[in-house]
Design a protein around this ligand. Structure first.
Ligand code: FMN
Length: 211
């Protein structure tokens, strides 16, 4: 626990990345695996993690991210998107996948399927999309903590025009919508934010304990 606490105190939302420092391939593969292993409600995994390696594309994304330099200066960046159609068809595909993985008939999962579909009843598409987006944030949180533990700097970012980013990447046609970005790499030694005091509410403010 000491290591995790130290790592979380060490990390900060990096504003200025050292352009010359790159995350090695093995670590990058591990960080992507962290995302794949993230938990989600019912295990539905209603997300896509879009890894942007293309330099020109990153320049274009920077323009819709209000010129934030992390987009082009960080070693790597990932866009977190949720699926837009959270419906019976998505659940059916998921059931087929579980059945295949477990080597069981898909009909064995009817109870589980009905439970998930039942929980969708009465909810608007907007509500379900927002629920799916919550799952992607959980994955982003896992990534941020993992980066910190691995000594990699990162910046979670919502400061971009979602509609413009979706248009740029053609996400709508893929049934996706972007929610946040995480840029990762190594802090530049001139980044003043690295030494700023961590501003967090005190325990009494944050926790409610019912004994
Ligand atoms: C969802 C989310 C969106 C954020 N968007 C941005 C952003 O667009 N640009 C930025 O520089 N920082 C962004 N931040 C960083 C926050 O400002 C930062 O995490 C917060 O002030 C706490 O500071 P710390 O992370 O350095 O401890 C974002 C953080 C989160 C969690």
């Amino acid at each position: 626990m000491k290591n995790i606490k130290e790592a979380l105190n060490w990390r900060y939302a990096t504003k200025k990345f050292d352009v010359s420092k790159k995350i090695d391939t093995e670590t990058k593969v591990d960080l992507l695996e962290v995302l794949r292993l993230s938990p989600s409600s019912y295990g539905l995994q209603p997300w896509k993690f879009i890894v942007i390696n293309n330099k020109e594309m990153r320049e274009k994304i920077k323009l819709v991210a209000y010129g934030q330099s992390q987009i082009t200066d960080a070693s790597d960046m990932i866009i977190f998107a949720n699926k837009k159609n959270i419906d019976g068809a998505l659940v059916e595909e998921y059931m087929k996948f579980i059945a295949k993985e477990n080597g069981i008939p898909v009909a064995n999962l009817d109870g589980f399927k009905n439970m998930i579909n039942g929980s969708f009843v009465g909810k608007s598409n907007e509500e379900l999309r927002s629920w799916a987006a919550c799952q992607t944030y959980l994955a982003a949180g896992n990534l941020l903590t993992s980066c910190a533990v691995a000594g990699i700097d990162a910046c979670p970012m919502e400061g971009f025009d979602r509609n413009k980013l979706d248009e740029l990447l053609g996400l709508s046609a893929l049934g996706l919508e972007s929610k946040m970005i995480v840029t990762m790499g190594y802090r530049d030694i001139t980044d003043e934010d690295a030494t700023k005091k961590k501003i967090r509410f005190p325990k009494e403010e944050v926790f409610i304990e019912i004994n």
